[in-house]
Design a protein around this ligand. Structure first.
Ligand SMILES: NC(=O)c1ccc[n+]([C@@H]2O[C@H](COP(=O)([O-])OP(=O)(O)OC[C@H]3O[C@@H](n4cnc5c(N)ncnc54)[C@H](OP(=O)(O)O)[C@@H]3O)[C@@H](O)[C@H]2O)c1
Length: 292
């Protein structure tokens, strides 16, 4: 297998986990982070505690700025941190590398393509429960670690697969992104709006949850994805009661949330296609009024 030079911009829950798995497999991994985190990673590497992969410490290079060529750039900041973080990756140094963002949402792809016109920006999503309890430390809960990639990142797909990640390559970029958002947007919006876990949302706000799923699915269809509301609802009703969303956790902590990247993006796409999304719009507007 090809040894890759990989840069990871934002080595938190998602980025740190993938950086550690790739570094363990012998790839040359540089984590691009703010000064304290970069120094911490450079000196101590990444420590992962994973229900699936066990405990591992991986040696990575920590840096504040991309200073040499790489084959792949993984972008794994939160949406709210993306603009500032991109200053760490000069377009001239990145050149024609493959760029794979794993952020939730749909609008960051256009932003990255605008920022890095010579690079090959390939859509990606990840399904995982990972967090960053402290800089350089990653907690991965459960067995889920599934990445979907658009075409054009074949070497990364092979490297992640060899490192133990479940990888699927699919040609339909809109489907790849919206399949995730169709569940995630209603789930994140409702759990955050009502400060309630998934079980309570289903019991106490089930009609509203079902309506939001139908609305987001309609927007997804207009944007070129399958947008299967019945399948999304069945999935949403199959998950454990205690499930919460990271938007809800961020809101509870008073941290910036991905409300705009998730809920705002649905409203903007709905407006573009002339689709009415009254339930989603009301919840997003209520949250806009009280969240950062
Ligand atoms: N976590 C999950 O289980 C999960 C699952 C699916 C999708 N996602 C999505 O994946 C994305 C990343 O989420 P996450 O949970 O991994 O976030 P996270 O744990 O908060 O990690 C974000 C990382 O970005 C770094 N960062 C912030 N500002 C930066 C800057 N200016 N320059 C460089 N690095 C910077 C942070 O550095 P510090 O360490 O120094 O704070 C942190 O390491 C989000 O869009 C999220 O919705 C997450």
């Amino acid at each position: 297998m090809e040894t890759l030079r990989v840069a990871v911009l934002g080595p938190g829950g998602v980025g740190g986990l993938l950086a550690a798995l790739l570094a363990r497999d012998g790839h040359a991994v540089t984590c691009l982070a703010r000064p304290a985190t970069a120094a911490r990673l450079d000196g101590h590497g990444l420590r992962v505690r994973s229900d699936r992969y066990g405990e591992l410490t991986a040696r990575v290079r920590g840096a504040e700025r991309l200073d040499g060529p790489v084959d792949v750039l993984l972008v794994t900041t939160k949406a709210t941190q993306l603009d500032e973080a991109l200053d760490r990756v000069p377009a001239a140094v990145l050149g024609d590398a493959v760029v794979v963002p794993l952020l939730n949402g749909v609008e960051h792809l256009a932003a990255l393509r605008g920022h890095y016109p010579a690079a090959r920006v390939v859509a990606g999503t990840i399904r995982v429960f990972a967090s960053r309890p402290a800089p350089g430390e990653v907690r991965h809960e459960g067995q889920l670690c599934a990445v979907q990639l658009g075409p054009g990142a074949e070497a990364l797909a092979a490297a992640l697969t060899a490192a133990g990640v479940d990888v699927a390559v699919r040609p339909d970029e809109a489907g790849l992104l919206w399949d995730k958002l169709c569940f995630l947007a209603p789930m994140a919006l409702l759990t955050t709006r009502y400060a309630a876990d998934l079980g309570a949302v289903r019991r106490e706000h089930g009609d509203e949850f079902t309506a939001a799923i139908a609305e987001v699915a309609a927007v997804a269809r207009a944007d070129g994805a399958a947008g299967d509301a019945a399948a999304t609802r069945a999935f949403a009703w199959s998950l454990p009661d205690g499930m919460r969303s990271s938007m809800q956790r961020d809101a509870e902590e008073g941290s910036p949330t991905e409300l705009e990247a998730i809920g705002g993006a649905v409203l903007r796409a709905a407006d573009r296609h002339g689709i009415a999304v009254p339930v989603t719009r009301r919840i997003v507007e209520e949250l806009r009024a009280r969240l950062r």
